[in-house]
Design a protein around this ligand. Sequence first.
Ligand SMILES: Cc1ncc(COP(=O)(O)O)c(C=O)c1O
Length: 411
Amino acid sequence: MTIIYMDNNATTRVAPEVFEALTPFLTEEYYNPSSMYDPAHGPAEAITAARKTIAKLLGKARPDEILFTSCATESNNTAIFGAIAANQERRHIVITGVEHPAIFAVGEELQRRGFEIDFIPVDTDGQLDRVEFVHALRNDTLLVSVMHANNETGVIYPVEELSRITKETDPSIIFHTDATQTVGKLPIDLRNSFQHVDLLSFSGHKLHAPKGIGALYIRRGTRCRPFLLGGHQEDGRRAGTENVAFIVALAKALELAVERHDEDEPRVRAMRDRLESEFEAKIPYLEVNGKNAARLSNTLNVACHFIEGEGILFQLSAHGICASSGSACTSGSLEPSHVLRAMHIPFSAIHGSVRFSLSRYNTDAEVDKVIEVFPGIVDSLRRLSPYWDTKKNEPRPEAMEMLTQSEMPSA
Ligand SMILES: Cc1ncc(COP(=O)(O)O)c(C=O)c1O
């Protein structure tokens, strides 16, 4: 069966150009870049070149401000735990209620350790409450972390403005952003629009590099202690032998994303928009999560009232279509996603949310196929739903009440 892959916010396929760039560092130039002999100079120089490329493409950052890690989760943990370790006099942290678990779970853990954490709420479109944000900043705030775009809904957060407000309130508050879903997709200029951002995390596998490589931008002068202790790699800031091949891959992937952006972005946006408008036209009781917010052009998260996301995914998968559900978290729990809950998505829809996330490798023919198949899947699942009147092919009257309730009605 042909696979139609529309789960690019989860991971992406490695670009052929990236694969070609990385393989020599697995086969011929496999030496440890810290070794003294001549052949090891190639890998060491490749790391230097990759660091320079990435720094330049993020708005002429300094190469020594780029720290290579294993993934965005590590970058996020390094940013937060590193900032805490270096600034022990402050114990208040501000994050949003819609962060990825790689920040959200850290926030919850810090709460258990006695830190004060403010989780800033969002509205029904997933947009951050600016008033609450401003009120949350205090004279003992250590760090603020606001993601650049949400992985589930694609909603984009005004990091430029929020980092400026933070620094105007107190220049010593450290501002971190999780830019895992935006590096390579949205412009990031650490010398201009992002000049107030101190720490920025991202990951290779979201932009057509392999899994297992990430980076953390650390603005010069930011107080952030190393997270992994051991050898002297990365200038003593992250111990562990460098993943040379994947570091080369990350630089190549970012270079490609930037080079191809003006061609890829409108094409991906057009495919996403077509999916969105066709679903809206063909499927009753469907809502686009984050509809009125600025969103990533590759992401579409739809809430299908009265059915379960898992059922939809199972049926999509039977057609070779890979998408993902916002309703079950990665641990396999049946709890709806904290992101959709934070947005007060109606109870009847929160379990039936499905995310389609596209990339440059998707085609119009694939979009046609998904448009052909998806409405039928939703219809067939609704016919099995206790909330659906199969004879009339509409929701039962009591189910209509749930359309506006964000909590499960009591029995
Ligand atoms: C916004 C965001 N942050 C962090 C991560 C974690 O990335 P990684 O798998 O590289 O640890 C993801 C992955 O989905 C993400 O979307």
